[in-house]
Ligand binder design. Structure first.
Ligand SMILES: Nc1ncnc2c1ncn2[C@@H]1O[C@H](COP(=O)(O)OP(=O)(O)O)[C@@H](O)[C@H]1O
Ligand SMILES: [Mg+2]
Length: 407
């Protein structure tokens, strides 16, 4: 295609306007956070280049139209705050040694980052668990950011970009996969240059509408001051403790999280850090329950979810009940993002009115299925898939039997 017939991209608009792609998308999106002078710059660049919004922009514009009048009927909504990255996965015969140069069978690019995974997995369900999903994250000015934005749009996730510097690009992650499936991961630091998340939530939830704001653990420490305000505005709040720094992995910090968030998601590794204990799962469950009993959840709904890898997950309810759910037998290829799938599916089904016990069952099933394909978002379950599988008993009955209190 010759240069002059090619349609200008959102990337070029951003470059000409001297802003990030996220800002361009925010202008198209009608989000209130764009400063007027930046908005003018973007609008001028759009005119100069003769930019015609593509599918993503059209989707964002559709959203603006929807928000400014014809509201879609009040369904549940999930806002996931945090990490988005582009993962480069290389399959290698063996890990390189110093000064080695190797050829991988292929280097694949995929979308990753815990907050992005949660939003995508929730949005993929559809059907009776349809939920509006948005991701509040940092976008850069590079082609990876544009690519991620289009991938997210294709997976029905709206992206709300936090302003970044002009030189910003999307955070990258390199994953080396050995023939036996083991992974060696190199991450870049990821910082959301924002401490006040309230700015990105366009309005308080309407009466009767369940709107949950979910944080990945990497962002909680910097956003800690604004989180209580999110709660006070009427949002349901949720946190994934994976990614919490070491000094937040203490019984004291856990009590604090439990008092401040409606839902707290913990995996076995983090639970071991918090408890300073590395014994059996059943003992971990008992100790987490004891820790939960120590804290009265204040305004919070008080749900704690503990995931235990291939062993499934446990739910600790506000009334001290513990529910165990075993995982279905699956052919696991890649467990990356299993915990994120668990969170996304739990939230989407629970916000759609499923009981915590049912949401637990669906979350475990979807998370286990997600491990049967490569990549964090490689296997995305739909509501239809999960409902079909829920008919097959994989320990559901056993789980219900053990739902009695663990003394
Ligand atoms: N090896 C596995 N086999 C089957 N299911 C798994 C496996 N690993 C994870 N899962 C599923 O994913 C959920 C979350 O996994 P877990 O490993 O606890 O989280 P994380 O991704 O944080 O390490 C589990 O509750 C389970 O349903
Ligand atoms: Mg795991």
């Amino acid at each position: 295609m010759s240069q002059n017939t090619r349609r200008p991209t959102i990337h070029e608009v951003a470059r000409v306007a001297g802003v990030s792609i996220g800002t361009v998308s925010n202008v198209l999106n009608g989000t209130a956070v764009v400063r007027p002078e930046l908005r003018v710059q973007v609008e001028q660049a759009i005119t100069t280049l003769g930019y015609r919004p593509n599918t993503i922009a059209r989707m964002l514009i559709a959203r603006r139209a929807r928000e400014s009048g014809l509201r879609i009927s009040a369904g549940p909504k999930l806002t996931s705050v945090g990490y988005l990255s582009v993962d480069y996965t290389a399959r290698v015969d063996a890990l390189p040694r110093r000064d080695d140069r190797l050829t991988a069978a292929g280097i694949e690019k995929s979308l990753g980052g815990p907050a992005a995974n949660v939003a995508v997995m929730a949005a993929s369900l559809g059907g009776r668990w349809a939920i509006a999903c948005e991701l509040v994250t940092a976008l850069g000015n590079d082609t990876d950011s544009e690519w991620a934005l289009s991938q997210l749009a294709a997976r029905s996730v709206e992206t709300i970009a936090i302003r970044g510097g002009l030189d910003r690009r999307l955070s990258r992650c390199i994953i080396l996969v050995e023939p036996d499936g083991r992974r060696t991961i190199v991450n870049e630091p990821f910082v959301l240059e924002e401490t006040n998340v309230v700015r990105y939530l366009d309005h308080a939830p309407e009466d009767g509408k369940c709107h949950c704001v979910h944080f990945d653990g990497y962002q909680v420490t910097t956003m800690a001051d604004s989180i209580p305000r999110v709660h006070d505005l009427g949002f349901i709040t949720s946190v994934h403790t994976t990614g919490l720094p070491q000094d937040w992995r203490t019984p004291e910090a856990f009590r604090h999280l439990r008092a401040g968030f409606d839902l707290v998601f913990v995996n076995r590794d983090v639970a071991r850090d918090i408890l300073q204990f590395s014994g059996s799962d059943s003992e971990i469950v008992r100790r987490v329950q004891r820790l939960c009993l120590d804290t009265l959840p204040s305004k919070a709904k008080g749900l704690v979810l503990l995931t235990l890898g291939a062993s499934g997950a446990a739910l600790f309810a506000a009334d001290d009940k513990v529910l165990m759910q075993s995982a279905p037998p699956v052919e696991t290829v890649d467990t990356t993002g299993a915990g994120d799938t668990f969170v996304g599916v739990f939230l989407a089904t629970w916000l759609n009115g499923e009981s915590p016990a049912a949401a637990l069952r669906y979350a475990v099933t979807a998370a286990s299925l997600s491990t049967t394909a490569e990549g964090a978002q490689g296997r995305r379950s739909t509501a239809e898939d999960l409902l079909a599988l829920a008919g097959e008993d994989h320990g559901v009955a056993a789980a219900e039997k053990s739902s009695a209190r663990i003394a």
